[in-house]
Design a protein. Structure first.
Length: 203
């Protein structure tokens, strides 16, 4: 997906998450935003919604099947993981968690081809304990334009919960996809991002 945007002349920065806590992940994205010359559009997927919620200086926020949290909320407190996702979770000796490959393919990439799902599962990383219990210190959707994309066939985060969180955002879209449309249907996301960027693209 990033390559599709770059080929259209759009600069893309992908900060690395899973640094041990929500606070550390938010700080990493904040540092990336602060390094840019102009306020960027921020996209957060799933847990990444908790991250972008706490970042200052964005032009627009896009929540993709993501946690648009309010004061005092965490992904865990909202009942984040579906029963199917919980069944796929594997505890690791160091306290982190990973996903069983077969379960991950079904829950996260159920609308993708088998080869594509296998490739995507191979990119997954363990998650540090407590990330899902992190509470953002600020809530960017309250003062920044935002778009929420509900993934209507999501098996990881209940679409009903997504619709509840989407009511907090400026605009809502709903796609008939699974949890990870950037893998199975990247053209949808590229089109949305290009659309959101049109007002600020210069000749």
């Amino acid at each position: 997906m990033a390559q599709g945007l770059r080929s259209a002349g759009i600069a893309v920065v992908v900060p690395e998450l899973h640094r041990g806590s929500l606070a550390a992940d938010t700080a990493a994205v904040q540092a990336a935003v602060d390094s840019l010359e102009e306020p960027p559009l921020l996209l957060g997927h799933s847990y990444g919604g908790s991250v972008i919620t706490g970042v200052r200086g964005a032009r627009h926020l896009i929540y993709l099947a993501a946690f648009a949290l309010d004061a005092g909320e965490s992904a865990a407190s909202l009942g984040g993981a579906s029963a199917q996702l919980q069944d796929a979770i594997l505890p690791e000796p160091d306290g982190s968690t990973s996903l069983h490959p077969d379960g991950a393919a079904d829950v996260l990439y159920g609308d993708c081809s088998d080869p594509l799902a296998t490739w995507a599962v191979g990119l997954l990383r363990p998650q540090a304990p407590g990330c899902g219990r992190g509470v953002p210190r600020r809530h960017g959707w309250k003062d920044t334009p935002s778009t929420y994309v509900v993934c209507g066939q999501d098996r990881a985060i209940d679409p009903a919960l997504q619709r509840t969180m989407s009511s907090r955002c400026t605009e809502v879209r709903e796609w008939g996809t699974g949890h990870s449309p950037f893998v199975g249907h990247p053209e949808l996301l590229v089109e949305l991002l290009r659309e959101r960027l049109v007002p600020v693209v210069r000749p």
